[in-house]
Design a protein around this ligand. Structure first.
Ligand SMILES: CC(C)(COP(=O)(O)OP(=O)(O)OC[C@H]1O[C@@H](n2cnc3c(N)ncnc32)[C@H](O)[C@@H]1OP(=O)(O)O)[C@@H](O)C(=O)NCCC(=O)NCCS
Length: 186
């Protein structure tokens, strides 16, 4: 079972670990070793503390383990991150996180989301209904540039989005306090 819930301060070490491992083990297929090193060094273990307070910050638990996380900036209407632990790829974790972020966005009154997709994540976002706007570069604080792709999606109306799509228990958690999506794993 995958459950997506709000992150708490006690999740930050696990979130940091997922972030660094995803960059080093998954994103490294699409970026140079120099880019991966510069990117992953930007993240001290306590780096998520401030972000936890400023953003919609969700984590996905699979069998009691933090298997991924996602970040939504409601103000800029941007999905800022979806990261999955490399040993949980292609198990539906990323999709569950993204659906939960979209649900939060809809509940906040947004009807469109955009994001900068890493090159390796473009097929994932295409599968989720995002369309490519244009190629671009994300500039790291040290000046190094990471090629990425700007993508966007018009969200379905909330009434349609609320319909269960797959697993019989999908959506049960939506009303249960901090849990947004509960779905079967594969
Ligand atoms: C992108 C990422 C979040 C996807 O997470 P995931 O849990 O593996 O994705 P899911 O299992 O939910 O995949 C959902 C669908 O997306 C598509 N998809 C996901 N990864 C894909 C890939 N590598 N190639 C092609 N399609 C892919 C598939 O259609 C998949 O459905 P299917 O498995 O039934 O075919 C994950 O690869 C990741 O963490 N990458 C590193 C971090 C990163 O780049 N994040 C994005 C920052 S913008």
């Amino acid at each position: 079972m995958i459950a997506v819930r709000k992150a708490s301060q006690s999740d930050r070490q696990a979130v940091w670990s997922v972030h660094v491992r995803a960059i080093r083990e998954t994103c490294s297929r699409s970026y140079t070793p120099e880019q991966v090193i510069a990117w992953s060094r930007l993240l001290p273990p306590d780096s998520s503390i401030q972000v936890l307070q400023d953003r919609e910050f969700l984590v996905a638990e699979k069998h009691g383990v933090i298997a991924g996380f996602g970040l939504l900036n409601q103000g800029s209407e941007e999905v800022e991150a979806v990261y999955v632990r490399p040993d949980h790829l292609r198990g539906g974790v990323g999709r569950a996180i993204l659906e939960a972020l979209e649900r939060v966005a809809q509940q906040g009154g947004l009807d469109t989301l955009w994001l900068f997709a890493t090159l390796n994540a473009v097929p994932f976002y295409l599968a989720a209904g995002y369309i490519v706007q244009h190629d671009t570069q994300h500039c790291l604080p040290n000046g190094m540039e990471l090629p990425c792709v700007r993508m966007a999606k018009r969200l379905p109306s909330e009434s349609r989005a609320a319909q269960p799509r797959q697993a019989p228990d999908r959506g049960k958690g939506a009303a249960a306090g901090n849990t947004y999506v509960v779905t079967s794993d594969r």
